[in-house]
Design a protein around this ligand. Structure first.
Ligand SMILES: [Zn+2]
Length: 365
């Protein structure tokens, strides 16, 4: 949860839709209904990021926990009170999940973002002191604290607040830039199960929530308007499943702000020299979509619109797609491009860009 800038959401959707005007109107309507980017950056073109304010440039960011007892700036007194209680929060968590579990969950959340974009995190480093959110108390870049909520406040209903990087004084004043505040009276847990499993316990999965807050504080993203499964989404059906892996939309947002990680153009954790879809993330984070290549031609399903194997994506492939689309099954043809087990609109949206380009890929081979 964090302050939002809803004025930018409309612009983002409009931008996404514009790219589809190349194809026929019927196709475009199908595609607009289900595809397109959802991510929302705090600033549209530049700013609201660490280091260089220009989008697409890398950053090195420091982080750490504030010392127990650190207070908050008067501007936050309506939401939280008293001194930070990170040690108590950590002790409660570790008592249930084992020594070191708390710090490991936080560190994994940083690592998950660092894997997909050209941003490095250095921490935890010692805190510079001073109340959180007070001008001048900006060391390290990202300060993490845990506080008692003021009853009835917005914070009292949230698991945490995360404030974006410096650069947008309207939504995220510099004094609060990068700060993350946990609500200590909320239950924090390490949900049992795997990615996408329903969370059986009552409470916030710590790694999941931290990943979301760092999407605000470390990366500079806001809440997208739609998209269960997207880490930054908080609408209907957002939060009942384990979600510790970034969605392609989260990754696209992070790369818009910081660029892709070196040597991995799409940030999917598979180096460009071995990636069977260079521009579309189909790597380890994606579970069953891992580098899926049904026809074993070296081009991953996600970017392989050449179903008949003639080297081009043309009307013959379009017809092959339609045949499978009617039955919903790919029968080994590779038309299940996103690897979810069905041939559906989501696959058609993967097919369209390649059909427009006329060729599959690009892939490493
Ligand atoms: Zn949020």
């Amino acid at each position: 949860m964090a302050p939002t800038g809803n004025g930018q959401i409309g612009a983002s959707v409009a931008r996404a839709a514009r790219g589809l005007l190349h194809v026929s109107s019927a196709m475009a309507m199908l595609a607009v209904a289900t595809a397109a980017a959802a991510f929302v950056t705090i600033a549209v073109d530049a700013g609201s990021k660490w280091d260089d304010r220009n989008h697409g440039t890398p950053a090195v960011v420091t982080w750490g926990f504030v010392t127990d007892g650190t207070t908050v700036d008067a501007s936050l007194a309506g939401d939280m009170t008293g001194g930070s209680q990170i040690s108590q929060m950590r002790a409660t968590y570790d008592a249930q999940y084992g020594a070191g579990a708390y710090d490991a969950a936080i560190a994994r959340a940083f690592d998950t973002w660092a894997e997909v974009a050209d941003i490095q995190f250095v921490g935890p480093v010692p805190d510079g002191g001073g109340p959180m959110g007070t001008p001048g108390s900006n060391d390290p870049d990202i300060r993490i604290g845990a506080f008692q909520p003021v009853p009835g406040s917005g914070f009292s209903f949230a698991g945490a607040f995360g404030f974006g990087p410096p650069g947008d004084d309207l939504n995220f004043p510099d004094a609060l830039a990068g700060d993350v505040f946990f609500n200590v009276v909320q239950p924090f847990l390490e949900a049992s199960g795997a990615e996408d499993d329903l969370i059986a316990e009552i409470g916030n999965d710590l790694e999941n929530l931290t990943l979301h807050e760092l999407g605000h504080a470390a990366i500079g993203l806001l809440h997208p308007p739609f998209g269960p499964g997207i880490v930054m989404y908080v609408g209907i059906d957002c939060c009942d499943r384990i979600n510790r892996e970034l969605d392609p939309d989260d990754i696209a947002g992070a790369q818009t702000v910081y660029g892709p990680p070196p040597g991995d153009s799409d940030g999917d954790g598979v180096a460009d020299t071995a990636d069977n879809c260079l521009d579309l993330p189909n790597g380890p984070w994606a579970g069953p979509h891992d580098q899926l290549d049904t026809d074993t031609d070296g081009i991953g399903n996600l970017c392989d619109c050449d179903f008949d194997g003639d080297g081009f994506c043309s009307i013959g492939d379009f017809n092959a797609f339609l045949v499978d689309f009617v039955t919903g099954s790919d029968g080994g043809s590779g038309t299940d491009m996103d690897g979810d087990g069905f041939v559906a609109i989501s696959d058609f949206n993967q097919f369209l860009p390649g059909f427009v380009a006329g060729v599959p890929g690009p892939a490493a081979l």
